[in-house]
Design a protein around this ligand. Structure first.
Ligand code: PLP
Length: 448
């Protein structure tokens, strides 16, 4: 019985670990002491020894409604049995249309058009191509330069890498897309360490865009890409007014503003999207992760009426945008996404980050004063505890806290360098917050 053997295989440690080349992982270190998750439900994973592991990371910023939610499971199962795949080029199937409509209704008013991808990286590269094509369609094909930001993460495609600001992700891969430049990042421990919520200082960093415009001339710049809150660099928050100012400067100079909301989308900060929480509407908005609650890979780009309208000109028989993926709008992903949106709505999960935000903040900041803790940051249901790097071993302390948390504390967190990042499923209760903070505190003390 093939099903039996597959489920047995999925529940036990594999006999051989060598063939699988793991992503963003220290392969040899991992394979010497694997951390294997075999099932999940609600707030918990179970590891290969059947220990419950509290999920403090929503997997990887994905599972905002927690794990194995029945609606989503059933939707995927039924869809797989009904229509497993449909070609998306010059053909269609119903669900991508339905899902696009639902997303447009959730999004800020002007973002009414949705291009589907399979990941956040693809969403970013797609948004870059939309921006270039949009300017060209309007006779401004000279706008080819992108502005990213130091410490940004926009995935691993050549486009996203070119505007990403994490040196390890870039340095190996050659010159990347020519012409990109970078805003300064907004992390400022000296002025803002241990700020509850948004940091007070740093709105003026948006003026850095004026510097880049003066250097390159606005007529060469297609778009500015920012994560409203940077996640992968270790949770970097904007000061109030920063994003508004970027919006103003972009408007003054005909530059598109793109929000990469791959981690901030779907309730993480108390609204469907951070754009709404911060009251700033971008021209393009990239999504992934929580879109399907992580259950099936999917990404998307939301585009404004103005941008979409620029494409919908010319002969109706002409393909307007020479771009797309075999799996754009995949039926299984659409089914998972629609069920995830239903689950978020039924359980009012987008509001939970607002309801629990104060308690989350208070409990997280109780870790202040523990050894080597140099900053604590929080917003919505996002948290970060930054540790002082060990001399000559950056990242070692953070990794040890992460590893101990899993092994001894039965808690999944994420470490990027010496920052412990937290992004629990939005279904969590106060008791889960207590446990996350208590375990993390214990592991930080034990790590030393
Ligand atoms: N953009 C942001 C802001 C992200 O945080 C990520 C992933 O963490 C990505 C893009 C890339 O998404 P994916 O890993 O689905 O390609």
């Amino acid at each position: 019985r093939p099903e039996l053997s597959l489920s047995t295989l999925a529940g036990q440690a594999p006999a051989e670990l060598d063939a699988y080349w793991m992503p963003f992982t220290a392969n040899r270190q991992f394979k010497a002491a694997p951390r294997l998750l075999v099932r999940a439900e609600g707030m918990y994973y179970h590891d290969v020894d059947d220990r419950p592991i509290l999920d403090g990371a929503a997997g990887l910023w994905c599972c905002n409604a927690g794990h194995a939610r029945p609606r989503i499971v059933q939707a995927i199962q039924q869809q797989a049995a009904t229509l497993d795949f449909a070609p998306p080029f010059q053909m269609g199937s119903p669900l991508p249309f339905v899902l696009a409509q639902r997303l447009a209704a959730l999004a800020p008013a002007s973002l009414n058009h949705v291009f589907f991808t399979n990941s956040g990286s693809e969403a970013v590269d797609t948004a870059m191509k939309i921006a270039l094509a949009y300017h060209r369609l309007r006779g401004e094909g000279h706008r080819t330069r992108f502005i990213g930001r130091e410490k940004a993460y926009h995935g691993v495609g050549f486009g996203g890498m070119s505007i990403g600001g994490l040196p390890n992700n870039r340095k190996t891969f050659g010159p990347l897309l020519p012409g990109s430049d970078f805003l300064r990042h907004t992390l400022d421990l000296e002025r803002n360490a241990f700020s509850p919520g948004l940091p007070r200082h740093g709105a003026e960093l948006a003026e850095d865009l004026e510097r880049l415009i003066a250097l390159h001339d606005a007529s060469t710049i297609a778009a500015v890409f920012v994560e409203p809150i940077a996640g992968s660099a270790g949770v970097i928050l904007p000061a109030p007014g920063y994003l508004q100012r970027l919006r103003e400067i972009c408007d003054q100079h005909g530059i598109l503003l793109v929000f990469d909301e791959v981690i901030t989308g779907f309730g993480r900060v108390g609204h469907a999207f951070a754009a709404q929480r911060f009251g700033v509407t971008p021209d393009l908005l990239t999504l992934a992760k929580g879109l399907t609650n992580g259950a099936v890979p999917m990404g998307a780009v939301l585009a404004s009426d103005a941008i979409h309208g620029a494409f919908m000109q010319g002969p109706t028989a002409a393909i307007e945008f020479f771009h797309g993926y075999t799996y754009s709008g995949h039926p299984l992903a659409c089914a998972a996404a629609l069920a995830a949106l239903d689950t978020y709505a039924e359980e009012h999960l987008f509001e939970r980050a607002l309801e629990l935000g104060d308690y989350w903040q208070e409990r997280l900041h109780s870790l202040r004063g523990l050894p080597h803790v140099v900053d604590i940051r929080n917003f919505g249901l996002i948290g970060a505890v930054e540790l002082m790097p060990r001399k000559d071993a950056p990242g070692a302390r953070g990794y040890e806290v992460f590893e101990r948390s899993f092994r001894d504390g039965q808690l999944l967190v994420r470490c990027t360098g010496d920052v412990i990042a937290l992004s629990p499923p939005l279904i969590l209760e106060r008791s889960h917050i207590d446990r996350i903070v208590d375990v993390l505190g214990e592991m930080i003390r034990a790590t030393g």
